[in-house]
Design a protein around this ligand. Structure first.
Ligand SMILES: Cc1cc2nc3c(=O)[nH]c(=O)nc-3n(C[C@H](O)[C@H](O)[C@H](O)COP(=O)(O)OP(=O)(O)OC[C@H]3O[C@@H](n4cnc5c(N)ncnc54)[C@H](O)[C@@H]3O)c2cc1C
Length: 211
């Protein structure tokens, strides 16, 4: 198929923990977006878990303190990967309880068909424990769906397409919109706005070919 212009809008996927129980309880208490789901009634005044230790996980944990009774931040290392200012804010927050050196090995409880807690393993001692919670927010990163464009379209080190001047890419006539070029917001409304900008750019590009 031949075309004179193209808008890339292939989105980004969430990194998963890779647990069967995580998959089975997705949308039943397991979620990948605090901004999208944090205010749901099922999470109000309940203990919540955030998995991760980067800026995104810290942002999610801080946001969730508005809704949850307590927010456990489960991280596999003994310090946060997030920026110092973000780490300091998180560690100073009375509602956030870090769980260091630990990984989630199972989301409970598949039998009840809802989240009631997580089984956690301490990587230093191998001790297992259960953290009771009603929601698990997995914040271990996103993967932009851009591999198909590698070596053709400019991407950053994480694989996000790097726009040049608005929605343009390094290839004339190829434009980009949405989560595949947005490592910050990744929201429907921002993706829609970027799509609108890319469409305007593509139309202008086609007009320029006819002059
Ligand atoms: C559970 C959940 C809840 C959310 N809730 C909200 C919310 O409440 N508010 C909000 O603003 N945002 C929310 N979001 C985020 C929002 O959905 C995204 O920011 C938005 O959909 C991004 O739009 P996009 O067009 O960039 O990508 P997407 O909507 O992800 O679309 C990308 C499309 O490209 C296709 N594709 C991928 N690779 C290829 C390929 N190689 N060839 C052809 N097609 C391909 C995919 O199949 C998909 O159809 C939520 C996201 C999730 C997962």
């Amino acid at each position: 198929m031949q075309t004179q212009t193209l808008i890339i809008a292939t989105g980004a996927g969430h990194r998963h923990l890779g647990l069967e129980s995580e998959h089975q309880l997705e949308n039943k208490g397991v979620t990948y977006c605090a901004t999208c789901d944090g205010a749901l009634p099922m999470f109000r005044n309940q203990p919540l878990v955030v998995v991760g230790g980067g800026d995104s996980a810290c942002e999610e944990a801080l946001y969730l303190t508005r809704f949850g009774s307590v927010v456990y931040l489960i991280h596999r290392r003994d310090s946060l990967r997030a920026s110092k200012i973000m780490s300091d804010r998180v560690l100073a927050h009375a509602k956030i309880k870090p769980v260091w050196d630990s990984v989630v090995t199972e989301v409970l409880d598949v039998k009840q068909d809802k989240v009631t807690g997580v089984r956690v393993k301490n990587l230093k001692t191998n001790a297992e424990s259960v953290v009771d919670c009603s929601g698990v927010f997995v914040a271990i990163g996103h993967v932009p769906n851009t591999d198909v464009f590698k070596e053709v379209i400019d991407r950053d080190e994480a694989g996000y397409i790097v726009p040049r001047k608005g929605a343009a890419t390094n290839i004339p006539g190829v434009f980009v919109a949405g989560d595949c070029a947005d490592r910050v917001y990744r929201q429907a409304i921002t993706a829609a706005g970027m799509g609108c900008a890319a469409a305007i750019e593509a139309e202008r590009f086609l007009e320029s070919l006819n002059q």
